[in-house]
Design a protein around this ligand. Structure first.
Ligand SMILES: N[C@@H](CCC(=O)N[C@@H](CS)C(=O)NCC(=O)O)C(=O)O
Length: 224
């Protein structure tokens, strides 16, 4: 049996942990548990992640939560000098972009996708959707400008910095990104990688199998 366990249905931020595992060719067991009382909030899982949220991992007894801490950990642990930066400065830039993604765009993209795509049409609140687009406009311009200097966030190669930011905004691929064409081209390139495609296939399957009442519960639980 694999010693790495990834907890969380692929529809959630567990997608990020699945993508990095596939990118690195890791052997793992995926436990696609749900959010809420029947899943991450149950006592057996709260013993591993007391936040009651997804994802978390158990790597041979080492337990870690926070999706981007998980991707950074795996990339550094298994780095072949490519996915994880080799210099202190590039490592700091990978942290910079990762924290930026969580602070500046994670919530906005989630709110947008909920009210533009995931909830049943009649429940898509246009005001929340438009507000999310407003919040995202400035940081998306920042990302677009950063990528106009070089093909990837740290230079010429795809790294964990790209994986983290692209994973956080992956649902923005369904947005009208015509105002930020460089961002759009980069996001498309990142999500077209074989590992991303494989993880996205799991995410899409989970999305398609999620009933509307669960999407409503997600909106409530995540305060979106
Ligand atoms: N910052 C955390 C956020 C984790 C999180 O909020 N996960 C959602 C699923 S994508 C969740 O478990 N929500 C249920 C809840 O808040 O009870 C991370 O990136 O891992």
């Amino acid at each position: 049996m694999s010693k790495l366990r990834i907890y969380g249905i692929a529809r959630t931020r567990a997608f990020r942990a699945l993508w990095v595992a596939k990118e690195l060719g890791l052997e793992y067991e995926h436990l696609p548990i749900e959010i809420g009382d029947a899943g991450a909030s149950a006592p057996e899982f709260r013993r591993l992640n007391p936040n009651g949220r997804l994802p978390f991992i158990d790597d041979s007894g080492f337990v870690l939560f926070e999706s981007l801490a998980i991707t950074l950990y795996h990339a550094k642990k298994h780095s072949d000098g490519k996915l994880y930066p080799a210099t202190l400065e590039d490592e700091a830039k990978a942290w910079q972009w990762s924290f930026w993604a969580i602070a500046e765009v994670d919530r906005g993209v989630n709110i947008w996708s909920l009210y533009a795509v995931r909830l049943p049409t009649a429940e898509r609140d246009a005001a929340k959707r438009d507000e999310a687009l407003k919040v995202l406009a400035a940081p998306f311009k920042v990302l677009d400008a950063a990528l106009s200097q070089q093909p990837y966030l740290l230079g010429g190669e795809f790294t964990v910095a790209d994986l983290n930011v692209a994973a956080v905004i992956s649902r923005a691929i369904d947005m009208d990104l015509s105002a930020v064409p460089t961002l759009k081209a980069w996001l498309t390139r990142c999500l077209d990688r074989p590992a991303a495609r494989a993880a996205l296939a799991l995410k899409t399957k989970a999305d398609n199998e999620t009933p509307a009442e669960v999407i409503r519960r997600i909106a409530k639980l995540n305060r979106l």
